[in-house]
Design a binder for this molecule. Structure first.
Ligand SMILES: NC(=O)c1ccc[n+]([C@@H]2O[C@H](COP(=O)([O-])OP(=O)(O)OC[C@H]3O[C@@H](n4cnc5c(N)ncnc54)[C@H](OP(=O)(O)O)[C@@H]3O)[C@@H](O)[C@H]2O)c1
Length: 323
């Protein structure tokens, strides 16, 4: 058994569990593998090559499960995670898109890429994905799949409304519930839930924004759910983030979500928006900084702090009024 100091961990580009002290970070070097420990629990295995030179390390970081990986933010995030050494489980309805991405990831990064074809609004399909998310290799969960179901509320088809709730709320919650216990037991794990800046647009009328009461409501749920869960798990090593993109250059507006966008190649909706790579960059940077709420493009994090301060102030004032 050999203990590494911080210098060694940073050379290996390995991020020890948050809060782990030096003794807990003891590492066993055996052959070409490094095993990290947190509170006596094995956390990760790294495949180490060329340690002699000191920096050539190809990491096996565990498995990242990415929903909505067949296009847009999910596909870009999966590419980035694979480039970092994560094996991936790619989830969506369009099998061919997932197969193409999985092949690219394997060829480019040498990581393992599984595909899991599932419609997250179908209970049996969701159950299969939940079961995979509970796997003891899952170290990163990206709840990214989402549909918009935009339209005037009084005309919204009830089955589409239900689908929006199933994918944007129920699946996010069920998958997080499936993954978190194992992450806690292993002392390591990351959950990123994709919401939207429309979660903060409740007071704004449509035009130029879309008609979006149900969509905005689901994303409001994702923001509150994730922030509250992050507060509950603050003393653990887990990293929890809610990612709130603004308009992003993906296929998102090409479908209301009932059916997938047709075609084998990714397309971008006419509204354009921020490139997906910038959204992923913002999320990864925020994870490194342990920031729970990530709003790509927002240069003033103080505004997010202001949200928390307003909540505390409202509750305190209401309590004063009630006494
Ligand atoms: N683009 C924007 O302007 C924007 C802004 C803010 C937030 N967001 C959020 O970002 C997330 C990703 O969207 P995107 O912009 O990358 O759009 P996108 O290109 O349309 O990607 C949506 C992904 O969700 C998957 N999906 C949709 N319905 C599904 C279902 N029933 N079961 C399983 N997977 C399903 C899609 O795959 P299949 O069709 O193959 O199933 C696709 O991979 C969403 O949560 C969205 O709300 C987007």
């Amino acid at each position: 058994m050999r203990a590494f100091g911080d210098r060694w961990w940073s050379r290996l580009r390995y991020r020890p569990a948050r809060g782990a002290n030096l003794v807990e970070r003891a590492a066993l070097v055996s052959g070409n593998a490094v095993v990290g420990w947190y509170n006596g629990v094995c956390t990760r295995t790294l495949q180490v090559s060329g340690l002699k030179g000191g920096t050539q390390v190809s990491t096996r970081r565990g498995t990242a499960l990415v929903t909505g990986a067949s296009s847009g933010i999910g596909a870009a995030y999966a590419e980035r995670l694979a480039a970092q050494g994560w094996d991936t489980v790619l989830v969506a309805r369009r099998a061919q898109r997932l197969d193409d991405l999985a092949r690219r990831l394997r060829e480019k990064t040498g990581t393992t890429a599984e595909t899991l074809v599932a419609d997250l609004s179908v209970p049996d399909d969701l159950a299969r994905v939940v079961s995979r998310a509970a796997g003891d290799d899952i170290g990163f969960l990206l709840n990214n799949a989402g549909i918009n179901g935009y339209g005037p509320f009084a005309e919204l088809e009830p089955d589409l409304l239900a689908k929006v709730l199933h994918i944007n709320v129920l699946a996010v919650t069920a998958l997080t519930r499936a993954a978190v216990p194992g992450m806690l037991a292993r002392g390591d794990g990351t959950v990123v839930n994709v919401a939207s800046q429309l979660a903060f647009a409740g007071s704004l009328p449509p035009h130029p924004l879309p008609e979006r009461a149900v969509y905005g409501g689901t994303k409001g749920y994702v923001v509150t759910f994730t922030r509250t869960l992050a507060a509950e798990l603050a003393a653990t090593p887990l990293r929890i983030q809610v990612l709130c993109p603004g308009l992003t250059a993906t296929e998102f507006h090409r479908s209301r979500g009932r059916e997938p966008v047709p075609g084998g190649d990714q397309a971008v909706h006419v509204e354009g928006g921020m490139p997906v790579g910038q959204v992923v960059d913002a999320s990864l940077t925020a994870l490194d900084g342990d920031r729970v709420v990530c709003v790509p493009g927002l240069d003033e994090p103080a505004l997010i702090d202001g949200l928390a301060e307003a909540e505390v102030a409202i509750r305190a004032a209401a309590r004063r009024g009630a006494s």
